[in-house]
Ligand binder design. Structure first.
Ligand code: NAD
Length: 502
């Protein structure tokens, strides 16, 4: 027999493990999830050191935005897994009223999870918890662009999780290409829209379902009613965490000239308060992940007038938190995802103008609206399309576990976090379990040939979908209820006299 490649071997091993049925057992899944949580707890300093090496990530960001998110997500899943996993009972119709329609929550099988480098711990491992909870075997590929974290994940996962069911594969583009030649039952990818298309093409060969968590530009609209001190802090915090390398970072601002002036003045003050006169010396700011990205970001500085920041130190992979004004809406900084600490501002004169601006572009991953007006948020929510939205804050919406997190259009497809992670990795398998009850069979037998007008009318009536109850129909409903009750009574009598076959 021909020798299997490394990737064929890994997938084969995971598939064998899946077919052993081990991961179907809820207690097995819980044991693995508890072990994963223990892994985060026992190795916090190792993970923080790796994140600091890859991105100069401050401990507070590593703990709050990576480790705690992962641990809390598992706590959330463990408390609800029994409820989520059990078969769901569904209302029957009159023909099948003695039977049991159910939805089973089936795992897909062998799942591939690929993460991006900007949150190199939580992006591959948060979906992995959902995949484990749903009963899948998992092959996880952390990003090669954050090698220290990838190495730590590869070293620790086999020490804590079942090594047949769960695997870590490291590598760059050639390795990913090889991996994608394998057949998976689900692919979960986080990264850029460009590579998302490559992943979708590879998945298509085997008709593999995919979730794509992609990027794009997340706009911020600010009107003149806001409390500027609070708004600036909430917006600039979202821009500055991970030095702007956050998929849902506020990408650019739409506001009037007057609001812009107030925003810039306040932002200058707040940035000085947070990071001092020399933000490069602040321990609370990350670094840009690679030289290539520093050069890309430096180019954007030419697309407007620097109102705040603008310092670049290539040796240190550093760009200071920057605000750009007088920006051409068609320039690169306004047409490409920024993914760095540069905030361009484009002037609009009304919420309608902002909505038109947003709707002419790709659908954002997140849309931020800052206003005290009661109806402005609804105007944006009703007239724009985005993966998610947050009113009067940035990024914080992802702390709500059961708010599904995902994009739409160019910013992705599918969602995860909390229950949405479990649902993503679960196939809802419908099943109707019938019995041999003689009364039910007599009703069902009307479908058999020879066909007749009478049988057709009888079955049409029995199978007819009744509209939602309304008081107007109360008398009819009571009559119908009495009818159903008498059928049940007949069933009980049939049982008592032995006519029921079960
Ligand atoms: P990327 O798409 O360039 O790379 C992601 C991974 O894909 C890499 O680690 C690599 O292994 C693989 N890859 C790259 N090129 C490939 C190719 N030609 N063939 C096969 N595999 C290939 O993304 P990135 O630079 O790691 O991440 C940045 C992007 O990810 C941004 O657009 C950001 O918005 C997005 N992102 C989205 C989310 C989200 O949750 N929606 C989260 C984080 C990042």
């Amino acid at each position: 027999m021909e020798k299997m490649t490394r990737y064929e071997e890994v997938v084969h091993q995971a598939r064998e493990a899946f077919h052993s049925g081990r991961t179907r057992d809820i207690e097995f899944r819980k044991k693995q999830l508890k072990a994963l949580k223990r892994m985060y707890e026992e190795n916090e300093s190792m993970f923080c050191a790796a994140l600091a090496k890859d991105l100069h990530k401050p401990k507070q960001e590593s703990v709050l935005l990576e480790l705690n998110l992962l641990k809390d997500d598992i706590t959330h899943i463990l408390a609800r897994l029994d409820e989520w996993a059990k078969p769901e009972k569904i209302a029957s119709n009159l023909v099948t009223m003695f039977d049991t329609p159910l939805i089973y929550h089936d795992p897909y099988g062998v799942v591939l999870v690929m993460g991006a480098w900007n949150y190199p711990l939580q992006l591959p491992l948060l979906p992995m918890s959902g995949a484990i909870a749903a009963g899948n075997c998992v092959i996880v590929k952390p990003s090669e662009v954050s090698p220290a974290t990838a190495q730590t994940i590869a070293e620790l996962i086999p020490k804590y999780l079942d090594s047949d069911c769960y695997h870590v594969v490291c590598g760059g583009i050639p390795e990913t290409e090889e991996l994608l030649k394998q057949r998976f039952d689900y692919i979960f990818y986080t990264g850029s829209p460009q590579v998302g298309k490559i992943i979708r093409d590879a998945a298509n060969k085997h008709l593999t379902p995919t979730t794509l968590e992609l990027g794009g530009k997340s706009p911020v609209y600010i009107d003149d009613t806001v409390n500027m001190d609070i708004a600036v802090r909430r917006i600039m915090w979202g821009k500055c965490i991970n030095l702007g390398q956050t998929c849902i970072a506020p990408d650019y601002i739409l506001c009037s000239k007057e609001v812009q002036e107030k925003f810039v003045n306040k932002a200058r003050e707040v940035l000085k308060e947070w990071y001092t006169e020399n933000p490069q010396k602040s321990p609370d700011l990350c670094r840009i992940v690679t030289d290539k990205h520093v050069s890309r970001l430096e180019e954007y500085l030419k697309d407007g007038t620097v109102a705040v920041g603008g310092e670049v130190d290539k040796e240190d992979k550093w760009i200071s938190p920057t605000i750009l004004v007088d920006v051409n809406p068609e320039s690169k900084v306004m047409t490409e995802e920024i993914f760095g600490p540069i905030m361009p501002i484009v002037n609009v004169n009304s919420a309608y103008e902002a909505i038109n601006f947003i709707n002419k572009r790709e659908k954002p991953l997140t849309l931020y609206i800052f206003t005290k007006h009661k109806d402005i948020p609804n105007l944006f929510l009703a007239r724009t399309s985005s993966g998610s939205s947050c009113v009067n804050d940035t990024v914080i919406h992802l702390s709500v576990h059961d708010l599904p997190f995902g994009g739409i259009g160019n910013s992705g497809m599918g969602a995860y976090h909390g229950k949405a992670s479990f649902d993503t990795f679960t196939h809802r398998k419908s099943c109707l379990i019938r019995n041999y009850n003689k009364i039910a069979d007599a009703i069902g037998a009307k479908r058999y040939p020879p066909y007749s007008e009478g049988n057709m009318k009888f079955l049409s009536n029995m199978l007819k979908e009744r509209a939602a109850p309304s008081l107007k129909y109360l008398p009819y409903l009571l009559t119908f209820g009495l009818g159903v009750a008498s059928v049940f009574a007949v069933k009980e009598i049939a049982k008592a006299v032995g006519a029921d076959d079960d």
